[in-house]
Ligand binder design. Structure first.
Ligand SMILES: [Mg+2]
Length: 236
């Protein structure tokens, strides 16, 4: 079955989310007149991973995962943990504003999209996260109109790695799962999730820390072209 479409993850794949997160944290903490220690940075990253996963698995709401991140990290900064409304305001006016200012695409994105276009393939984005924010990221990266449909977990009501999320984007594109190649940076969520739904998948391992047994691995999006010409076979 010939490849017909490439579906991209957003954070960590098109958007340099790790750099934006660090810049956002440092900008926010600095605005409070505090120093951002390595301990705080590590705690913020760990809190994001833990609580975002809980949201993704339907255990808590989106606002609550943000509050929990603050509840974990504010004591390390010597700051009081307020009520929910105070935490919501602190997240929005503090971290989020600084994070948004740091949104930028990886420098391999433009060339990769051109390679996909030149191969005659369609594109789409499937991302966990809220619709408004994810579309704002695409706009900030200057990619509005350069990608096909953008599907978010919020509007689908189901998040990666659940197969229904991947099947929804194939349905939107009008392609069979085996005709779609998914590209993402989180192996368990993106690669294994896509394959479980019958899509092909490539792991974008920008940090070189992915599982050693993964054959369909690229270090940058510049290597994606090789998978468009002779993509990995879909799972049997
Ligand atoms: Mg990602």
């Amino acid at each position: 079955m010939a490849l017909a479409a490439v579906v991209f993850d957003l954070d960590g794949t098109l958007l340099d989310h790790p750099a934006a997160t660090l810049a956002g944290l440092r900008g926010w903490v600095g605005s409070l007149g505090l120093g951002c220690t390595a301990e705080v940075e590590a705690a913020w990253a760990a809190a994001e991973e833990r609580h975002f996963r809980a949201w993704r698995e339907g255990e808590i709401g989106f606002a609550e995962q943000r509050r929990r991140r603050l509840r974990d990290v504010l004591p390390l900064l010597g700051l009081p943990v307020g009520d929910d409304a105070a935490l919501d305001a602190l997240f929005t006016d503090g971290f989020l504003r600084a994070y948004e200012r740091a949104w930028v695409a990886y420098d391999d994105v433009g060339d990769a999209l051109e390679a996909v276009r030149a191969a005659g393939l369609r594109t789409a984005v499937l991302t966990n996260g809220p619709r408004e924010q994810q579309n704002a990221k695409i706009d900030a990266m200057g990619l509005t109109g350069r990608l096909g449909p953008v599907l978010t977990a919020e509007e689908l009501g189901v998040a990666k790695p659940r197969p229904a999320a991947f099947l929804a984007v194939c349905e939107r594109l009008g392609v069979a799962p085996g005709q779609a190649l998914y590209v993402g940076d989180e192996h368990a969520v993106d690669v294994l999730g896509a394959r479980a739904a019958g899509l092909r998948a490539v792991h974008l391992d920008r940090t070189g820390t992915g599982p050693a047994g993964e054959d369909a691995r690229i270090g940058t999006l510049l290597e994606l072209a090789a998978h468009l010409a002779a993509g990995p076979a879909p799972p049997a």
